[in-house]
Ligand binder design. Structure first.
Ligand SMILES: NC(=O)c1ccc[n+]([C@@H]2O[C@H](COP(=O)([O-])OP(=O)(O)OC[C@H]3O[C@@H](n4cnc5c(N)ncnc54)[C@H](O)[C@@H]3O)[C@@H](O)[C@H]2O)c1
Length: 389
């Protein structure tokens, strides 16, 4: 076991990209990682210009990910990257993740993990065979008060869960933004790149993971009403579903990108027999907790009355807001801790509290089952995820 700074390579996240810069900030926040290599864009010139702009050393600023993989592999152990962050559009995740994992590099890949369950199963197989650590950046599970909610529910603070309501509403695709060439909209609405689902995959997958992480409930079946409101759009931009969980709890999930005025409005409410919790991504430092017969209570990040999971995911005192970057950094922190601990393969995610390849695979399964239900005119569809043996 060692605590040396780990070397991170990045694929994607070039100039004008959205999430790559967030990953870089998060990875470096605690000094666990240093960014030492990258193939940051889809064309060699743009990749090299993007790497130069963030100060990558010339000999590790690669024109494409295959060159990076070959060159890093040839470096002496200790001189090569330990891990790679994959922050490219969805259609590229599988090939890049498989190649780096097969070569023995640890992988942190953004969501949704891949396009198909067959691809996810293959990644699980590679993780099993190589023992590499594999994280999926479902960043919302990194928030301290999300972890507090999870801890409260696991301790029975709201009793047996009856109802889950998760909503993820955005408005940025309320018009046909993709026709303007805006690049984040363009690939997200192209099924060849985004995957068969639109809003359902892009943000519905976050909602699914948030529910699974906080409640521990296992989805049994779902019934989905999916829409494409914007004329000419090739994927859904709005989805609503009923959920049935193993054990009897019921839920609803909405994921929409055409809600004018909504920014990144992810909310989770969970009610049990004796209480309820409510968390909102846009007010992430607060958690509302209700208990039968008592006034509602507002928990705030950074306070000593919170449990160990929330306290250890916090860097600043109360009243000094933490949010998106820090939650993302908590995923990197768990990923890095697993690498430092010499943890292996599939068990590492649960041991070090970050979403792993099994969570990514469950997310892909969820998208497939939701599409299956939507295409059969909102028929109830079995959706239980059985991890591949
Ligand atoms: N976890 C989150 O909250 C979150 C938020 C946004 C996006 N995402 C996910 O992150 C990924 C990227 O999304 P984005 O919005 O940043 O996209 P983006 O279009 O803004 O950026 C993608 C970047 O990848 C580069 N790229 C494309 N193909 C490449 C290749 N073959 N090799 C190297 N670079 C390549 C592009 O040039 C660009 O720099 C997607 O999977 C998306 O779903 C996750």
């Amino acid at each position: 076991m060692s605590n040396r700074t780990l070397q991170l390579g990045m694929v994607g996240g070039g100039q004008g990209a959205f999430i790559g810069a967030v990953h870089r900030t998060a990875a470096l926040l605690d000094g666990v990682f240093a960014l030492t290599a990258g193939a940051l864009s889809s064309t060699p010139d743009r990749a090299r210009a993007s790497g130069a702009a963030i100060g990558l050393a010339d000999d590790r600023n690669y024109p494409d990910w295959r060159t990076m993989l070959d060159a890093e592999r040839r470096r002496d152990p200790g001189q090569r990257i330990d891990a790679v962050a994959i922050v490219t559009p969805n259609d590229t995740h599988f090939e890049i993740a498989r190649a780096f994992a097969q070569a023995g590099f640890h992988v942190l890949c953004d969501k949704p993990l891949v396009h198909t369950s067959a691809q996810a199963t293959e990644l699980i197989r590679v993780v099993r065979n190589t023992g590499v650590i594999f994280a999926v950046s479902y960043n919302y599970s990194g928030y301290p008060l999300v972890r507090q909610a999870r801890e409260l529910i696991a301790a029975g603070a709201i009793g047996r869960i009856r109802r889950v309501c998760v909503e993820y509403h955005q408005g940025w695709l309320a018009t046909r933004l993709e026709a303007s060439g805006q690049k984040q909209a363009a690939w997200r609405t192209d099924p060849a790149r985004s995957g068969a689902a639109g809003a359902l995959g892009d943000i519905g997958s976050h909602a699914e993971q948030l529910v699974a992480c906080v409640t521990g409930l296992e989805l049994e079946s779902l019934c989905v009403d999916q829409s494409t409101f914007v004329p000419g759009r090739q994927v859904d931009d709005d989805a609503a579903m009923l959920l049935r969980f193993v054990g009897g709890a019921r839920g609803t999930l909405t994921a929409s990108q055409v809600c004018v005025g909504a920014e990144n409005d992810l909310r989770l409410r969970v009610w049990g027999e004796t209480g309820g919790i409510e968390w909102r991504q846009e007010q992430p430092n607060e958690l509302r907790v209700a208990k039968l017969g008592e006034p509602e209570c507002l928990l705030r990040r950074g306070n000593d009355y919170l449990g160990p999971a929330a306290r250890s995911a916090t860097r600043l005192p109360p009243g000094h807001p933490e949010a998106f970057f820090e939650a993302f950094a908590n995923i990197y922190r768990g990923f890095g801790a697993a690498i430092h601990a010499g943890a292996s393969g599939l068990e590492a995610a649960a041991q070090h509290d970050f979403p792993g390849v099994l969570d990514g695979a469950r997310g892909v399964h969820f998208i497939e089952k939701a599409l299956e239900s939507a295409r059969s005119d909102a028929r109830w569809t079995a959706a239980r995820f059985i991890p591949p043996a």
